[in-house]
Design a protein around this ligand. Structure first.
Ligand SMILES: O=C(O)C1=C[C@@H](OP(=O)(O)O)[C@@H](O)[C@H](O)C1
Ligand SMILES: C=C(OP(=O)(O)O)C(=O)O
Length: 429
């Protein structure tokens, strides 16, 4: 098993880019495959999660050429052009692959099976399988359809109106993708707005998508047309370097070409509320998504309270927010983040255990955590629990520890951020 030892460093200065946005990369493969004609993708994330999606569509007969440097050419075969996969589709560690594909496969005229690694096979799937069932989808799985492997007998679908109890882009997107195959209008409402990449990219490819306050409606049977997609850098990956620059004195870091979609940029709002200096430079739009360069300077942080609508806008960033909070003055309280318990691992338990093991003062709450700020952590040994975001968050924590932190089980960072350790080493020396 791989491990990494990270020691404290001086200031972080210079310019970096981070790999492509994972959510947008998944969707570029899916919509490029379902469109007619060629889709060119630039900046695709060549990480294990999005490559699992790429491989899945190849096994369903789609030609996808990897041109190098994150460029792809996808030869789309139209909404009804996928072929039955001859084997189980391996979604690896990727919840997005599995949940979005459950929606999409429900509307096909063939049988398919989805599985994944030990972490993914423990994650809840009923949140998608249940509402898809009301559309007429036929899906079977362990624990009455809660856990993968999941078998899908595709067929005709009915349009539906679903009110989701959780703000989840994976639930919303699964239903929207199924809705492409339904006769009529499918509507999904959610308690707070989750990331809207599916809405944006479906519109970009020519679907009739109507977002409204509290939800979105998609019209079945669109003609999707191949497009050129520029994937911006992933704000969830940039978040590690944003926090790293804020907590190390004398830092000034420019992170170029980061996606700053407002449904994803909660991390910028949170860190600014804590007193962090983050400037958006050269704000622009590419392929229907807002993009900017982020200029981050080390700052004196304050503890804050975080909850409500801000939570889905920063859902993957709470592990690294908890690291920032360790070095803030006062206490930070995170609420309404129960969803963290059903990610690759229970991220509330995993971050509390890891930070407390290296001298932090963190208390779990049922729906979040409370973190007491301090000047330095003490260092020690922690495990990532096989979760990429825990591994990278603890590497950032090590930058302000009196002794190094050794993190075990670090191979998982390949799922979302290939090159993370090299980039950190290059910057931190
Ligand atoms: O739709 C997506 O691309 C994602 C949605 C979020 O999951 P939930 O929908 O479960 O909140 C997020 O945590 C995940 O990393 C990616
Ligand atoms: C939760 C994540 O992804 P997924 O749900 O796609 O596994 C993540 O990347 O933090």
């Amino acid at each position: 098993m791989k491990q990494q030892t990270i020691a404290s460093c001086g200031s972080l200065r210079g310019e970096i880019t981070v790999p492509g946005d994972k959510s947008i990369s998944h969707r570029s493969i899916m919509l490029g495959s379902l469109a007619s004609g060629t889709t060119l993708v630039h900046g695709f994330l060549e990480g294990e999660d999005s490559l699992a999606t790429l491989q899945a569509f190849r096994t369903m007969g789609i030609t996808i050429e990897e041109l190098g440097g994150g460029q792809l050419r996808i030869e789309g075969r139209g909404l009804h052009g996928l072929q039955e996969p001859g084997d189980v589709i391996d979604c690896g560690n990727s919840g997005t692959t599995m949940r979005l594909m459950l929606g999409l496969l429900s509307g096909q005229s063939f049988f398919s099976v989805l599985s994944g690694d030990q972490y993914l096979r423990r994650r809840p799937m009923k949140r998608v399988v249940g509402p898809l069932g009301t559309m007429g989808a036929r899906i079977w799985g362990r624990c009455d359809g809660e856990r993968a492997p999941l078998a899908i007998q595709g067929g005709p679908l009915k349009a539906a109106a679903y009110e989701s109890p959780i703000a989840s882009a994976q639930v919303k997107s699964a239903l929207m993708l199924a809705g492409l195959y339904a006769d009529g209008e499918t509507t999904v409402r959610e308690p707070h707005l989750s990331r809207d990449h599916s809405e944006r990219m479906l519109s970009y490819f020519g679907a009739d998508v109507r977002p409204f306050d509290g939800g979105v409606t998609v019209v079945g049977g669109p003609n999707l047309t191949g497009q050129e997609v520029h994937v911006p850098g992933d704000i969830s990956s940039a978040a590690f370097f944003m926090v790293a620059a804020l907590i190390t004195p004398g830092s000034e870091l420019l992170i170029r070409n980061v996606g700053v979609n407002p449904t994803r940029s909660g991390i910028i709002d949170i860190l600014r509320q804590m007193g962090g200096s983050i400037e958006l430079v050269d704000s622009r739009e590419r392929s229907g998504e807002p993009v900017a360069d982020l200029l981050v300077r080390s700052s004196h942080l304050q503890g804050i309270e975080i909850g409500g609508a801000l939570v889905p806008r920063a859902i993957d960033e709470f592990p690294v927010v908890s690291v920032a909070a360790c070095f803030a003055e006062g206490t930070t309280v995170i609420r309404d983040a129960h969803e963290l318990r059903v990610k690759e691992t229970d991220r509330i338990a995993a971050m509390c255990d890891a930070l407390n093991a290296v001298g932090g003062q963190v208390e779990p709450r049922e729906d979040g955590m409370s973190i007491c700020g301090m000047d330095q952590l003490s260092g020690g040994m922690v495990t990532s629990c096989g979760d990429h975001r825990i591994a990278m968050s603890m590497a950032v924590a090590a930058l302000r520890s009196s002794k190094p932190i050794t993190i075990s089980d670090t191979g998982c960072t390949e799922t979302s951020f290939p090159g993370f350790w090299q980039l950190l080493q290059h910057l931190a020396g």
